[in-house]
Design a protein around this ligand. Structure first.
Ligand SMILES: NC(=O)c1ccc[n+]([C@@H]2O[C@H](COP(=O)([O-])OP(=O)(O)OC[C@H]3O[C@@H](n4cnc5c(N)ncnc54)[C@H](OP(=O)(O)O)[C@@H]3O)[C@@H](O)[C@H]2O)c1
Length: 289
């Protein structure tokens, strides 16, 4: 049997990380997963708890790994945590760690909508994170995801709670587009990008085969349920997002939705040769409910 790949995962307790770790643990890999808090490990997995990703303690444990998948990121700021320190500086720290540790491959999930022209703070932080990875000269794959759909993603959890309260808030018209991709396809793609040379130094939109309006997505999610959809005027939605941190949507959630971002699915399909799951079909099965 071939020597298993050694793969480091940061932000191990997050939604994408948890699903990726589960998927990879069933393949011939050894995982080294790092989180700030304790978590249950899968088979073939070494668990590391680290609050600040301190180089001195981490470097000896991860050096010479085949890949590092960097899944730390925030999409909402507060006085306690901001894009500069997490999306930019912590990414730079992990890149330095990967470089010193002679890690062969760096995989990062950025955001769909990142570009040199962006004026959104969230995307600017992701742009700078991307740049620090590219500048490091480590072989990289950068994915720019639209909404990643799974049983346990943040928006699915929101919808399930909102169904119980019989009130789903839709900012503005809900006509803006999303291009959702299933978490199962995402885990396969990340895994493929580690091993497959075709993914070397590529920046790819991580988008599914269908473009769909936000409102339509919610309607499909609900299936036959009669949950009340409550349209909030977009100005009011921004006001609430700015003044109330507990509002259903953050300022950058709204920016991303109104930004109407869609991506290049064809490039992803041609490169991966994968058969992608239809998110519409996935919703119809009711497995997310
Ligand atoms: N899910 C999506 O639809 C989507 C779409 C576009 C982009 N992305 C990007 O993909 C990545 C993973 O997304 P996700 O949905 O899995 O996010 P998530 O569930 O929020 O996980 C992100 C993880 O980042 C780590 N983290 C957060 N704040 C931190 C801090 N102050 N210090 C150290 N670590 C911190 C946490 O890991 P621990 O708790 O383990 O420490 C957290 O679980 C993120 O960069 C996100 O921006 C996701």
């Amino acid at each position: 049997m071939e020597k298993p790949l050694q793969i480091v995962i940061t932000g191990a307790s997050g939604f994408v990380a948890k699903n990726l770790r589960k998927y990879l643990s069933e393949t011939n890999v050894h995982l080294i997963s790092i989180s700030r808090k304790n978590f249950k490990s899968f088979k073939n997995e070494t668990k590391i708890i680290s609050n600040n990703y301190d180089e001195k303690s981490l470097l000896p444990k991860i050096k010479n790994s085949d890949a590092l998948v960097h899944l730390i990121g925030i999409g909402k700021q507060s006085t306690k945590t901001d894009y500069e320190s997490i999306n930019i500086q912590l990414t730079q720290k992990i890149v330095n760690l990967a470089k010193k540790g002679k890690i062969k491959k760096f995989v990062y999930t950025s955001g769909l909508g990142v570009s040199t022209n962006t004026s959104i703070g969230y995307f600017i932080s992701k742009f700078k994170a991307e740049k620090s990875i590219i500048d490091s000269k480590i072989n990289y794959t950068i994915f720019r995801p639209s909404y990643i759909v799974g049983k346990d993603d943040l928006f699915t959890k929101y919808l399930k709670k909102a169904i119980k309260k019989n009130k789903i808030i839709i900012p503005g018209s809900g006509k803006y587009s999303i291009q959702p991709i299933s978490i199962d396809d995402v885990t396969k793609l990340i895994s493929q990008s580690i091993a497959d040379e075709k993914f070397k130094n590529e920046t790819l939109d991580l988008v599914g085969p269908e473009i769909i309006s936000f409102k339509k997505y919610i309607q499909l999610f609900l299936q036959k349920k009669k949950t009340k959809l409550y349209h909030v005027d977009i100005e009011d939605a921004y006001h609430l997002a700015i003044t109330n941190s507990k509002f259903d949507y953050g300022v950058d959630d709204l920016n991303i939705l109104v930004g109407n971002f869609v991506g290049d699915h064809k490039k992803l399909r041609n490169l991966s040769k994968m058969n992608f799951q239809s998110v519409k079909e996935l919703l119809k099965t009711g497995t997310l409910l």
